[in-house]
Write a protein that binds this ligand. Sequence first.
Ligand SMILES: Nc1ncnc2c1ncn2[C@@H]1O[C@H](COP(=O)(O)OP(=O)(O)OP(=O)(O)O)[C@@H](O)[C@H]1O
Length: 741
Amino acid sequence: MSNDTNVDDPPEDAPSTEPDEEQAQPRSQDQESVRQGERSPPEEDGDRRDDVDDGDQQEEIDDGDEFDDPIDEFDRESTDEDDDIETVEDLGSTVDVDPGVEIDEENAEDDLLGGLKVDSTADIEVPDRLVDQVIGQDEARDIIIKAAKQRRHVMMIGSPGTGKSMLAKAMSQLLPKEDLQDVLVYHNPDDGNEPKVRTVPAGKGEQIIDAHKEEARKRNQMRSILMWVIIAIIIGYAILSPASILLGILAAGIVWLIFRYTSRGTDAMVPNMIVNNGDQRTAPFEDATGAHAGALLGDVRHDPFQSGGMETPSHDRVEPGSIHQSNKGVLFVDEMNTLDIRTQQKLMTAIQEGEFAITGQSERSSGAMVQTEPVPCDFIMIAAGNLDAMENMHPALRSRIKGYGYEVYMEDTIEDTPEMRRKYARFIAQEVERDGRLPHFTREAVEELILEAKRRAGRKEHLTLHFRNLGGLVRVAGDIARAEDREHTTREDVLQAKRRSRSIEQQLADDYIERRKDYELQVTDDGVEGRVNGLAVMGEDSGIMLPVMAEIAPAQGGGQVIATGQLKEMAEESVQNVSAIIKKFSDVDLSEKDIHIQFVQAGEGGVDGDSASITVATAVISALEDIPVDQSIAMTGSLSVRGDVLPVGGVTHKIEAAAKAGCEKVIIPAANEQDVMIEDEYKEMIEIIPCSNISEVLDVALMGEPKKDSLVDRLKSITGSAFEGSQSGVGSASGSNPSPQ
Ligand SMILES: Nc1ncnc2c1ncn2[C@@H]1O[C@H](COP(=O)(O)OP(=O)(O)OP(=O)(O)O)[C@@H](O)[C@H]1O
């Protein structure tokens, strides 16, 4: 039975005994391939990671004369492919990819397609590699290329749908494929609860498994023959001596049971391949977003039959985690903060060691008793998320990524240039190709989508980089055309898609406007004291009108701002900001007054940040001075303590909401003027009034001439100097981060 020993023995005992065994008994071809494919055990290798990198294994396998044909074929194939693989150094040329069509350079500036001479997206060539398909995000892309070359971790922070996972996937395509490995887990005859782990070059694992299976099959065949021979002898003997025929049948049965019972052991010797990179054409990409500990770090399944020959050997119950499957590739984790702290700590250990033993994750499972030898997990980690994710991430894990890699913030918009517009046209072609069923888009349809990208940017001369949402619009428009069996998706389909693919927030906002009509809360031409039509944004892209009411009453104790719910803080802040100005122009002592603020029907939508602060200020001043506010006007803007109107986000959606609600005028911060990208249909409906100072806002919004004029004059005189200064203040604020919506 020395043959059996050759295949089944875990490799660590092989090297010392091998030469003697070889002399004593030549190995079969199959056994030879098993041995050649297996790596030497870690104890002999020293550092596993070093050894993996230095390519020794490849030599060890390539120079084995005893290898049979399939292995040689494998080696030849992979060499041919390797010639095609571009090295990471070549990747610098990916910055601009030729769309494969003629460009009208002269008219490129004015053309919505940047001068692309195409009739439809069918004429545009889509690059093969994912890294070439990435649009915008130049910094993130450069970092990904650099990190792939240097094997560094990367943290990408930014809005959803801007290409974080796309870039991570693109990185896996840039990593060398020749380093890939298969990982096998073996039964450990010395300690069943500590399975052995071996790594072999990709593709060899399957051959080893096949060889083991073949060996087990042959062994079982031999055992069967032996069993039937013994049974035949027993039965024959029993027939010849009739007195013991029953005894003979019993003996034969016992022999059958013994053979059957012990044959399970031979199957159990087949290793368990937990990482199979045989068919992998690029380095692996594993998305472990939201993975629980077992899926991320590996697990050992529970065995309900733990004895009596019914048990499954522990090495067969070992399951790899994403960290192991991404060995030599990319591990992508979005929203890292959703992983619990213990898991993050273990992930950190895995990053540090480059290997991580697999054990049962549930303490109550029999798998918890099993722990494998360390399994390689030499991955590049790409952590992604929004700013919250970064703040709530384990600080040591963040510092590990930062210390051994790069951090990059994803852009939300990009400058609108002819070259960029050409890339957006290519984006539509990419999405059509990726989907595989959508009809190509006509030139006019592409133009409409690029206009929409401009509109969604919320900044003049910019295009949105929120491609997932834009891609959603492409798919809805394409589906409309496909449902009608048309050859092309047209501009009308895109317009219809825009109406159909309203976000939940947009649908809620529209529904809200409808309902307000029922309750006669809509806009009138009258003036009302202390009531102002504010504007807010729900979700990312839905404006909503949110009236604010203020009432001043004598204070019972010290004066306070009374507002309810989550908006209390914002109301207090707005009143504080306006109080400095009020102190200067009014005799009213605010400390003797209670200011009640109500956001009418605010429960219907969310108001964030301080974009309603000019609204609150206007309502308070109106209530304080008994001057009515024009109800056909809506407003948005943030207010500084000096009375400057500062920029806010979402102005386009807010203006559209005001128009939809029936307002005739809308006040916006002057610094936001360039961000306005409202649809044509609203342009006729509403007049946009940019304001830089609270005195300008009140001049437009208040009614009742003599009183109003005197108030505005007083205000102008005290905020005049601030107004001068505000020009630069506003400019810088818009250049940095606009206020939250
Ligand atoms: N910069 C880009 N260039 C081209 N296509 C893009 C880009 N960003 C996103 N896309 C398109 O949007 C899809 C979704 O993007 P992706 O999943 O990479 O976003 P993400 O930033 O990882 O979002 P999330 O954080 O929500 O997972 C991509 O599959 C691709 O089709």
